[in-house]
Design a protein. Structure first.
Lengths: 348, 320
């Protein structure tokens, strides 16, 4: 970006005209989601003519198998991709803000490891008690995530370093601890627990309407909470001390965003498993495109994340059909080159 | 907007309550009323309700005509029962029997391609619990009859065979097959019972990789070794375990068995050479006497009728 003397620093940093930008992005993003969804609805291992899809959307009683594929498989999958993409990107952006660390992603504060350990314990219980618990696994994952959240919070409180560093380090430590516990559980168990590995791999194919209903509330309510903290996040991006001078209680802000973000991620991870890279890269891409103002950046991230994940999931299911590629691999393969391209173009 | 701790807590508990509600609701749909199962007769009365390996009651409305198998072991069971012509979908891993490889592929074992499965319009899906925990409830929700098979022993495997035969309307055929297999198992058992413990060889199940994973207590492989009159050096360890080369050297196995994929058969001499040259293993009796055997892993890993072939092969290796 070229520096020009007749523009105020505010203009250069991209903090002006935020309302106009936001409205534009929301309109464009929503239209984008709608368009991408409609296009991706046409792709799948089974070729169904677009005309038929269109008529099935309005009248689902036409063909039983095809309407099952459209209404119970493709549409829920796309909807879940929208929710997961939006949630991961918003939380990723907010975490990068509170930790003041560009490498932060939604999983860095230990939620994922907690969810994994919780689900792992659920599977272990299933095999040791003989009681079939598959539908309770999201609950175990959520409780595990909440437990790790509590541990990270408590250990960051007693840390002697800078508050953001303390939180980050506590998160990393809990991540390692829980991953190690999972490894030990795997080593101690008979072969059953290996199904854990498959449970954990991010996957949107099992999305259904009741899961979507449940995930929608935490995602929408939580993301609105995060959006409403945008101004405080802007202040924090100037620096810890500067934010304090501006009257932002940075400690409280950090804990608040950490808790709300983690609850959102916990409810997503409990149902979809771990989908990597989205939460790390989409906020950066958004920042490159619309500037660092959180008021615009966070909602735009949500919309971009949704579009990005729909596209990645569609790739995952059609590229070498009928085999499905784990979606985490696709997000990285598509996202990394795109990110590097944008980095060099904007020269940031 | 003001955020109090209370508000955040309420938010957290709301999410918890929602997920709990989801779990209870989906658990409910798993439970169905139970009717009496009779698998000793020659005919089957549909609708038939049966309890599968996930403790779920599955109701089969009529004799299945379009079956999808989501695991190679299930495919082998189906073809052994002569149900091959009713199988409409198998996974990429299916390699036995020959006819099964010609059936339409549904993709990997995990994640299952639900759209492909739906499009094949199956009236019975034989699933495998371990890898498909996520997909099984989803398939049931979509209205498919999913029978989950997850045998953890030879006895369970024979039971699954009978269950599949009953569900598919040929209980008699199942009984004959199981009878035949049990007889073969019993023959080995009675031979082995004559062999004193001191005459049973120490057996190590190795691999072609640097890191050693070996089957311990609770695995099908361990059961096969015990039944065929061998002493597994890892018998006291749980499940598939990683062990150190030292552990193997210490255990002094008399026989080393290397299970490999069917596609890699034919590289015996290379694999044997690699094993023999591992540092610190030159004093192992099995290496001194070159008692190293390369076997087809499918005979030992797949919970199907070919386990008995594996059992007989092990007996042959150990005692003949």
């Amino acid at each position: 970006m070229k520096f020009s003397m007749n523009k105020s620093p505010k203009v250069i940093a991209g903090y002006t005209n935020w309302r106009k930008k936001l409205v534009l992005m929301i309109l464009g993003g929503s239209l984008g989601i709608l368009g991408v969804s409609l296009v991706c609805l046409n792709f799948g291992v089974i070729p169904i003519h677009p005309k038929e899809i269109f008529s099935l959307i309005w009248n689902s009683s036409l063909d039983k198998t095809n309407s099952l594929i459209i209404w119970q498989l493709r549409i829920p999958r796309i909807t879940m991709a929208i929710l997961a993409g939006a949630a991961l990107s918003t939380v990723g952006g907010a975490f990068q803000g509170i930790l003041r660390n560009p490498l932060a992603d939604p999983y860095i504060l230990g939620v994922s490891a907690g969810a994994a350990l919780g689900a792992c314990i659920g599977i272990a219980l299933q095999y040791s008690t003989g009681y079939y618990l598959a539908s309770y696994l999201p609950l175990f994952a959520f409780i595990g995530a909440m437990f790790s959240l509590y541990l990270v919070y408590m250990s960051s409180k007693i840390s002697y370093t800078l508050a953001s560093t303390g939180l980050l380090l506590a998160g990393v430590a809990i991540n390692f601890l829980f991953s190690a516990l999972i490894t030990v559980l795997l080593a101690l168990s008979k072969s059953e627990l290996h199904s854990m590995i498959f449970w954990l791999m991010g996957d949107l194919s099992t999305a259904n309407w009741s899961k979507i209903t449940i995930v929608t509330i935490p995602v929408i309510v939580g993301c609105l909470f995060l959006f409403s903290s945008s101004l405080d996040l802007n202040a924090l991006s100037l620096g810890e001390e500067e934010a304090l001078h501006l009257g932002v209680d940075t400690g409280k802000l950090r804990i608040r965003i950490f808790f709300i973000g983690s609850v959102i991620i916990a409810s997503i991870v409990s149902f979809t498993g771990l989908i990597g890279f989205v939460g790390l890269v989409v906020p950066h891409i958004t920042r490159l495109l619309v500037g660092p103002d959180h008021r615009v950046m966070l909602p735009t991230s949500a919309l971009f994340g949704a579009i990005f994940l729909i596209l990645c999931d569609t790739f995952a299911r059609i590229i070498i059909a009928p085999t499905e590629i784990p979606i985490g691999a696709v997000t990285a393969i598509v996202g990394a080159p795109l990110f590097i391209y944008l980095l060099q173009r904007r020269n940031v | 907007m003001k955020f109090s701790k209370k508000l955040i807590l309420i938010f957290t508990f709301l999410c918890l309550a929602l997920i709990l509600f989801f779990a209870i609701q989906s658990q409910k749909s798993d439970k169905l009323p139970l009717t009496v199962i009779d698998d000793s007769g020659t005919t089957v009365n549909y609708p038939l309700t049966i309890i599968d390996d996930t403790e779920t009651a599955v109701t089969i409305p009529q004799e299945p005509q379009r079956i999808i198998s989501t695991a190679p072991s299930n495919t082998e069971i189906l073809f052994d029962l002569g149900l091959g012509d009713k199988v409409v979908g198998v996974t990429n891993y299916t390699n036995y029997p020959e006819e099964a490889t010609k059936v339409e592929k549904i993709g990997e074992m995990s994640p299952l391609n639900l759209e492909k499965i739906t499009s094949l319009k199956p009236d019975l899906i034989l699933a495998y619990a371990g890898f498909q925990l996520k997909e099984i409830p989803r398939l049931r929700e979509l209205g498919f009859n999913v029978l989950v098979i997850e045998p953890l022993s030879i006895k369970d495997t024979l039971k699954s065979l009978k269950m599949v035969a009953t569900v598919c309307g040929i209980p008699e055929k199942g009984n004959t097959l199981v009878e035949d297999l049990s007889q073969r198992v019993n023959k080995i058992k009675s031979e082995v019972s004559k062999i004193t413990i001191s005459n049973r060889p120490n057996v190590f199940i190795g691999g072609t990789y640097e890191t050693i994973y070996t089957p311990g207590e609770g695995t099908l492989f361990n059961e096969l070794i015990i039944l065929s009159g061998g002493k597994n050096i890892a018998a006291s360890l749980p499940g598939w375990v990683k062990i150190s080369p030292e552990f193997v050297a210490e255990a002094e196995p008399d026989i080393i068995i290397i299970p490999i994929g069917a596609m890699n058969l034919g590289e015996e001499s290379k694999i044997k050479k690699n094993i023999s040259q591992r540092p610190g293993w030159s004093n192992i009796p099995a290496i001194k006497t070159q008692n190293i055997f390369i076997v087809n892993e499918d005979l030992f890993y797949r919970a199907g009728p070919r386990l008995v072939d594996g059992l007989e092969l092990l007996y042959e290796i150990f005692h003949e």
